[in-house]
Design a protein around this ligand. Sequence first.
Ligand code: GFB
Length: 319
Amino acid sequence: MTEHGNYSLEGKKVFVAGHRGMVGSAILRRLSTEACEVLTVGRDKVDLRRQSEVEDWLDAAKPNAVFVPAATVGGILANDTRPAEFIYDNLMIEANIINAAWRVGVEKLLFLGSSCIYPKMAPQPMREDALLTGPLEPTNQWYAVAKIAGIKLCQAYRRQYGCDFISAMPTNLYGIGDNFDLQSSHVMPALMAKMHDAKLKHAPSVTIWGTGTPRREFLYVEDCADALVFLMKNYSEEEHVNVGSGTDLTIRELAETIKRIVGFEGEILTDPTKPDGTPRKLMDVSRLAAWGWKPRVSLEQGIAEVYRWYCDERVTAGV
Ligand code: GFB
């Protein structure tokens, strides 16, 4: 990958914006194996939606490199019912960080988007050049527009000011530290929590939202963090890069897999009054694969790992 640049993290000050989130905390774990100094700041000290707070903090901290996993995120229902928060928070967070990073002379910045930036009916698997070729999925268009703006910000600062700012677009992620709140979570933690609860209560069934037919691709968050560090070190181009596992399954198949791992023995019912969202979201990950990066954790291993963590957390919390 020499033609794509070579950035060493050794001895560098690396700011992870949003380090308490699922992705941010996985990046911290991954960076603990690099010879760099990691910088973080809590929400109580800096609200990333406030320009002056971000500018003051970055000006004082002067990081060499920045990861931007910070975002207001959520599952299909949260996206659909809180459009103002999803578009405003994410536009402000990325604009503030990217502009301030340019002002303080950050050498390298990696912005994180999402697979929902692609058109609802994009050809599958979705290549990077499918961006802005068709209408977005209505349930998450607000979040998608903000994330597309983040890619464009990185490209604009690269073109006008020569900043080495890059973007990665991860597929649906899951892992330890996920949000298990049934109203705002993504499908993976929601189904794990529902099935765990149903197992304990000996409930006859668990109901999944929608028809169960949409297809989704999942990537374990530790693998995602590894890919992000790989890109930070090795990638230096304008176009965003897809980060995924390269395989997908239906929501019903995912539910069956979680059911087996959790040990729930009841039935799986569907609720077609709830939205399905995009029919299929499978990333074309051939660019990352061609550069020699591939995920290490299978879906079954990842789910089992998260379920162990979820059970331990509940024991610790006395639930
Ligand atoms: O994970 P999820 O909320 O997000 O839903 P998206 C994926 C699929 O799982 C949808 C179904 O078809 C849901 O209807 N599903 C079934 C459930 N049962 C449940 C449940 O109990 N909870 C949830 N949440 N879903 C999000 C976007 O889209 O993906 C974001 O809204 C972001 O913007 C994120 O891009 C990665 O994959 O549909």
